[in-house]
Write a new protein. Sequence first.
Length: 279
Amino acid sequence: MDSRTGKKIRLGRVLDAATKRGVVVAASHGVMSGPPAGLRTKAEIANVFAQLDEADGVMVSPGMVRHTEDFFAGRNRPGFVLHLDWKNHGRRIYTPGQDGRSEGVLAQLASLEEVAASGIDAVMTYMYLGQRDSTLERAEVERNARIVRDAERLGLAVIIEPRSALEAEGDGAVSPEVLSLYCRISADIGADIVKVIWNGSVERFAPVVETCYAPILVAGGPGGESPEETYQLAADSIEAGAAGVMFGRRVFRAEDPARVLRGLRQVVHHDVAPAQVSG
């Protein structure tokens, strides 16, 4: 009996044990960029969470835990995912650095012991690579490796979201080569799941999945004004070999989050074509 069993059980709450796929809702944007549309107030948070029952997992920030813990309690509830990091990369308001040109900084928001004691299944951490200052890249790799080792000891699952530190400056950060580089590094560090941005097409994304042996969840990014667009991105992700999606705004900003989740489950777990999704 050891922590490996605990991690296996926790991962099974985030990725479905039968399909090895998952639909995770990221509802933690506020810790990075302030109150997002759809989750601006406690009332809005309560309204959205009441519609997320069909998610395989839901990610919250540390401060949201006490306000949402009842949502995760009980049988057949979504996996409990914690957004472990704060970052100021890419923030639109009060942007750090001169003229918004900054390699950004990150901070860990909770200890892994606190996470385990709270009953959380998985944590998500960012790993920014490609900084002009190589000591920053080294610190990011060391930080993520330490989180993975600590999580292994405690039986927690780890989701790493690798990103380019210079993403906003047009450095080719979404090329198959760059995505393959930082996704494979994440897997080799020991990530149980890698979350990564979509790079535009099945053909460009498939090589990324092929060379990353950890399951990949595709980030939602901007857009998603129509459910059909969201279903298509999920279908393309699955076709490219991803294990599922980790969408935030595409779900919680939707007019009917429950309907979008039902559709995503059909696409991700049952390979239903977007045009065949039923409400």
